[in-house]
Design a binder for this molecule. Structure first.
Ligand SMILES: [Zn+2]
Ligand SMILES: [Zn+2]
Length: 122
């Protein structure tokens, strides 16, 4: 039961409409924070549930952990799903690590923007 909005006929090539801002100008930030929260959810350790530190995977499944959290599981199995781990050596995923660093920077920027009420990007 969609309202009386016209059906969407635009192609995917159309630029995404800017998020509508509320009078206080916080709408866009709320939007960014929600997106960041979604991203951070993917960057959490499956064991300690904190944001990953030195992310590693055990090779047999899709779970990702801090290198500290699975140092005892290397060569045995995943502590979450018990899939046998085939790696014998913890190898930190540097790419993922950079994503995590960027996320924490972004979080700080959003936090600053929120507490000072002005945009720190411009
Ligand atoms: Zn952890
Ligand atoms: Zn697993």
């Amino acid at each position: 039961m969609p309202g009386n909005r016209p059906p969407k006929v635009r192609s995917g090539n159309e630029p995404h409409p800017a998020p509508s801002m509320d009078p206080g100008g916080r709408g866009a930030w709320a939007h960014s924070r929600a997106a960041l929260a979604g991203l951070e959810k993917l960057l959490r350790c499956s064991r300690c549930t904190d944001i990953l530190r030195e992310p590693v995977c055990l090779g047999g499944c899709e779970h990702i952990f801090c290198s500290n959290c699975v140092s005892d599981c290397v060569g045995t199995c995943c502590p979450v799903c018990y899939t046998p781990a085939w790696i014998q050596d913890v190898k930190i995923n540097r790419q993922l690590d950079s994503v995590i660093q960027l996320c924490s920077k972004l979080r700080n920027l959003l936090h600053d923007a929120d507490s000072s009420g002005r945009c720190t990007f411009c």
